[in-house]
Design a protein. Sequence first.
Length: 292
Amino acid sequence: MKETFGEKFIYWLLNGLLLLLSLCTLYPFWHVLMYALSDPKLSMGGGIFLLPRGWSLSSFEILLNSKGIYTAYGNSLIRLVVGTCVNLLFTAMLAYPLSLKRFIGRNAITLMIFFTMLFSGGMIPSYLLVKELGLLDSIWALIIPGTISAWNLLIMKTYFQNIPPELEESASIDGASPMRVLISVILPVSMPVIAAIGLFYGVAHWNSYFDAILYINSQSQQVLQVFLRTMLNSSSLQQIQGSEAFASNIGMVTEESVKMATVISSVLPMLLIYPFLQKYYVKGVLIGSVKG
């Protein structure tokens, strides 16, 4: 069917608007990247950064030689990997029985879980609970309190409900236990929603910093986002003092250039991971949001 002029105009207009919105979304990150790669003295002039002004890696050199960046990076990576695995394991273990129509009381339990999306105990009760459990100043304080997200659980539960029950029945006839059915049958055919929910949990762990401020006191347990927050709020370069490159390059960098380099370093892991999970992202969310 031949398109009319009006339809072509609307098509190009919408694509142009989407392209403009994409550029508006990407430019702030591009600006930060170009600022970090620019010569710190030239970048102090401000304005729009489309290309680096000069070329200098001194800000990254100082940042990567600082005494706290690797500790913070390591703690964040541990939280990302361990936390996401724990989240997916317990979310799947709860979503699977709730998806079974023969499970008695599943509607009441689902309602209780949904209730937690609307109301919570608050910051002070949460802190007291973590303290009484002996989790303060531990990586587990950043993982266990948020083990299961109610929203992610409901998405995974709905996805499991759309899986043909014949798969589970055939495995049960062969003598498989419910845990065996979940691991060997349900999860392998649920990779789209597993990848999507894993991305949700992973991004949440990587970006979270407030719980680390509440529960973590020692520098050895500090995560990258708290390190970044401290850097951005700092009025001096004291956060990177102690690095080998600091003494020789202190006159070659500015506070802003080091802050920009820190921002780039903090978002880099998500930029590397997301392209591999993008193909599952939309599919998993859409399928999991359709009620079976």
